[in-house]
Design a binder for this molecule. Sequence first.
Ligand code: PGA
Length: 241
Amino acid sequence: MKVIVDTPEGIAKQAAAIYKEILADKPNAVLGFATGSTPLDLYAELIRLYEAGEISFKDVTTFNLDEYVGLEPTHDQSYRYFMDTNLFNHIDLDPANTHVPSGLDTSDEALAAYDAAIEAAGGEDLHILGIGVNGHIAFNKPGDPIDTMTHVVELTQNTREVNARFFDSIDDVPTHAVTMGIKSIMHARKIILIALGEAKADAIKAAVEGPVDPACPASVLQLHPDVTFFCDEGAASKLSL
Ligand code: PGA
């Protein structure tokens, strides 16, 4: 595991450079994306590189980590909508090659089909992750089993409270989500995790310096052969670097 400390702007540029390198080697790469506020600067940088003609997503296939159960893809809080508006609509990606778990069909068949589609595409070359203040990755929360593939989870009260700022009221926040499991995420050949802000400092310390323990789902990434944590000073502030 590599840990790189930089400013948020520097992190976006360094992370985008990794995409550029991967796509130069493999124009039809399979990329895993995440929602949340953390990757927004990176997505803006990827759009900038595309507009500058330095990068193309023409032959890329994408898979997203998660989706709320019950939200239409057109709902402005769905993760499909987030990806379309913050990245996909601004680059030369073929919409047919983008995948976000369905929040409407959460049958066992649909969940298994999501993992099967990743495998059929050849597996992910790169996955970008954020981290929750409790160490969660995607919607895999502390204490959950770590050998999971794509599955449905009940959202914790805390997660619903944290996400309520995007909805009219907490009652509108879905109670369940579909999420790639830790095992599905660990299959990616390369993983980048970005953490910004002091609120993430405890989670980063546990993930990087703590034991591999389901109590901090991100700590499982220590077992991955190619993972880079990009942290700003706040998120890195409790590391004994
Ligand atoms: P955030 O969420 O990027 O909005 O902080 C990260 C996460 O919960 O994984």
